[in-house]
Write a protein that binds this ligand. Structure first.
Ligand SMILES: Cc1cc2nc3c(=O)[nH]c(=O)nc-3n(C[C@H](O)[C@H](O)[C@H](O)COP(=O)(O)OP(=O)(O)OC[C@H]3O[C@@H](n4cnc5c(N)ncnc54)[C@H](O)[C@@H]3O)c2cc1C
Ligand SMILES: *[C@@H]1O[C@H](CO)[C@@H](O)[C@H](O)[C@H]1NC(C)=O
Ligand SMILES: *[C@@H]1O[C@H](CO)[C@@H](O)[C@H](O)[C@H]1NC(C)=O
Ligand SMILES: *[C@@H]1O[C@H](CO)[C@@H](O)[C@H](O)[C@H]1NC(C)=O
Ligand SMILES: *[C@@H]1O[C@H](CO)[C@@H](O)[C@H](O)[C@H]1NC(C)=O
Ligand SMILES: *[C@@H]1O[C@H](CO)[C@@H](O)[C@H](O)[C@H]1NC(C)=O
Length: 562
């Protein structure tokens, strides 16, 4: 068997902003991203939000924030409960392990000081992605964890063992000796680049899939399913399109925005959408581009004023930064090995607020269709009904995270929803494959999400008022103190400040067809014989995790040996 990998973007040049934890990402990385804009977010403040995604061999893993976690065991048990046998936590764990080579933190003293616990049973030690810890730790994390402990949020557990609720240091995907990023290109491509059955072609945009001729009506519910023959690709808008035929299988791994876009361009999707653009319907699947989920985040800063502590912002001083740079290149130690945020928290709603019962009961009282996009297909409403039940239960479960606090050790305490109730859409607006689709995350469409974020902001205030955090002399800048007890004002603040946490997902959900699913439990697109989706699109519900380790776990589970 031969494998051909197609990628729109280029191959990266191993720039420092890719490889080095402390200076990773940022605007420099835009040369390797596609910065989409959402449609105006009418449930927020009416403004569009930017959502960057990777456009480079290796996708978002090439410049992402390096955080490595899997979420709560219940997140995967929920996947299984939504009609996906084999996808519960116990069944996923072997594949999470398979993707990683884990290196525990280098000293017991550090482990004790920073509550870095480690369960050997849940880690892999010979997988492609190196995962470990920095060689430098900010003491501010200790104050953060102590403050959380004072509010009843637990620490000192391995965050990748199936409980993320609590607070912990997340590992990062860096090589333990040279402290450089290990991404999909470096882990899953470079070691195999010399195989003579592997072809990689960059600068190629797949514009649509092509199918074998089929007579009308033989697609669905019959054993003769439609074959995907291959796909069309183009280097740019003026280049002549080429057709490539696949002998065995086509695997879509274009991410949660491009994958549904390409399926829709190819005639797989909601029938009325396709007909409105005169696209011949190959396979009417209403779930394509629906069920969009993202963790949405409110960026918050409460700058610390106590100068007895060391903060990552001190690297803005050229002299300090120069010292850090030299230390990094000489010994692969020091602050350049650390990529803030590192010590993060994932409080359950019960930990965050006394209002969890009223928020959960508000969620339960909603009818499934209340906050879905208008005109949603009945199957999508049915699927969401099943999802909402699981989401509401998680709101009252102390072992399930409701929000994340991304501590950047300098007063940045941004909060993000971990289990959003809102469902958005990705839909093409023209038959031009070079045109961006309409992306509507529908942030804030479900008031439960806004209520969770408002509680998260109040929880930040409680945290900043604990003795260990007071020691840092934090300044409450945003939201302004007076809004914290003003219900309407706080919600307005949330609406004005929501942005993506860079985790678009779930637009080609793995669920049964009658629940609006697009792929089955082997990730095969319904109605198609040899077309699969293997990327963040297939998550039926987004887990309480940063997504890269989850994407690798999913890919390992359906891996084909060749
Ligand atoms: C700024 C940022 C920070 C992040 N931080 C973290 C973090 O700290 N930890 C974490 O776990 N996750 C993080 N993530 C998220 C994580 O990187 C993504 O969730 C993950 O990469 C998604 O994987 P994917 O395979 O679904 O899609 P992608 O990584 O988006 O890969 C899709 C690939 O397909 C290519 N492609 C798309 N369309 C076509 C086409 N038509 N033809 C050919 N090729 C195409 C794209 O160019 C891209 O390379 C971050 C993401 C961003 C953007
Ligand atoms: C952190 O605290 C320890 C113990 O007090 C101290 O030895 C170390 O120098 C501190 N680190 C930094 C970066 O301030
Ligand atoms: C880091 O070290 C590993 C192991 O030796 C090596 O494979 C990798 O290429 C190195 N990375 C860089 C950027 O030097
Ligand atoms: C488009 O691609 C073709 C074929 O590779 C190339 O010759 C041409 O220069 C490209 N045009 C632009 C504008 O990049
Ligand atoms: C919840 O209520 C208890 C008892 O009234 C109180 O001690 C606690 O601080 C409250 N917790 C939060 C997070 O508001
Ligand atoms: C600043 O931090 C130091 C070190 O923890 C502490 O001793 C001091 O009391 C703090 N300053 C204030 C004003 O709290």
């Amino acid at each position: 068997m031969t494998v051909l990998v197609l990628e729109i973007g280029p191959v990266d040049d191993g720039e420092d902003f890719i490889l080095i934890p402390a200076i990773r990402g940022g605007p420099a990385a835009y040369k390797y991203s596609e910065n989409f804009w959402t449609v105006p977010q009418t449930f927020l403040d009416g403004k569009s939000r930017m959502i960057p995604v990777g456009r480079v061999l290796g996708g978002g893993t090439v410049f992402n924030g390096l955080l490595w976690n899997r979420g709560d065991a219940g997140d995967y048990d929920d996947w299984a409960a939504l009609g996906n046998p084999g996808w519960g936590w116990n069944e996923m764990l072997p594949y999470f392990k398979k993707s990683e080579t884990y290196t525990p933190v280098s000293s017991d003293a550090i482990a004790n000081r920073f509550d870095i616990d480690y369960s050997p049973d849940v880690h892999g030690f010979d997988g492609p992605v190196h995962v470990g810890h920095p060689k430098y730790f900010y003491n501010v994390s200790v104050n953060f964890f102590d403050g959380l402990n004072a509010l009843g949020v637990p620490t000192a557990f391995d965050p990748n063992a199936g409980t993320i609720a609590g607070a912990s240091f997340l590992p990062i995907n860096v090589h333990p000796t040279n402290m450089t990023r290990v991404d999909a290109k470096r882990a899953y491509y470079e070691p195999f680049a010399n195989r003579d059955n592997l072809y990689v072609s960059t600068g190629q945009r797949v514009t649509k899939l092509v199918f074998e001729e089929a007579t009308e009506g033989d697609i669905d519910g019959r054993q003769d399913k439609r074959d995907s023959e291959g796909f069309v690709l183009s280097q740019n808008e003026t280049a002549a399109p080429q057709t490539v035929k696949a002998r065995r299988e086509v695997i879509m791994a274009a991410g949660a925005i491009h994958t549904p876009q390409i399926l829709q361009l190819s005639g797989i999707g909601d029938q009325s959408l396709l007909e409105s653009l005169d696209i011949p319907v190959v396979n009417p699947l209403p779930g394509v581009g629906q069920n969009f989920q993202d963790h949405f985040m409110v960026r918050i800063s409460s700058p610390y004023g106590n100068e007895s502590y060391t903060y990552p912002t001190q690297l803005n001083d050229p002299e300090i930064n120069d010292r850090a740079r030299r230390q990094y290149f000489e010994s692969r130690t020091g602050p350049w090995t650390a990529g803030p945020p590192d010590g993060v928290a994932f409080p359950s709603l019960l930990d965050a607020t006394n209002r969890s019962d009223s928020i959960a009961s508000a969620a339960r009282q909603q009818r499934a269709g209340d906050h879905l996009p208008a005109g949603a297909d009945g199957s999508l409403t049915a699927g969401y009904r099943a999802q909402k039940e699981l989401l509401a239960a998680a709101l009252q479960d102390r072992s399930r995270a409701a929000h994340e606090i991304l501590n950047d050790n300098a007063g940045g305490l941004s909060v993000a929803t971990m289990r959003p109730f809102a469902r958005g859409t990705v839909a093409i607006t023209s038959t031009d494959p070079f045109a961006a689709p309409a992306i509507d995350p529908r942030y804030g469409a479900n008031p439960v999400d806004l209520a969770v974020l408002a509680e998260a902001l109040r929880f930040n205030r409680a945290l900043l008022a604990t003795d260990p955090m007071l020691m840092l002399l934090p300044e409450q800048v945003a939201p302004p103190e007076e809004l914290l007890d003003d219900e309407e004002g706080l919600l307005r603040f949330v609406r004005e400040n929501v942005q993506t946490e860079f985790h678009p997902s779930s637009t080609c959900a793995m669920m049964p067809r009658h629940l609006g699913g697009v792929v089955d439990a082997r990730l095969r697109v319904y109605g198609m014989r040899n077309l699969r989706v293997v990327d963040a699109s297939v998550f039926p519900m987004i887990p309480a995790a940063h997504l890269q380790a989850v994407v690798y776990g999913v890919a390992e589970k359906v891996r084909i040996r060749c």
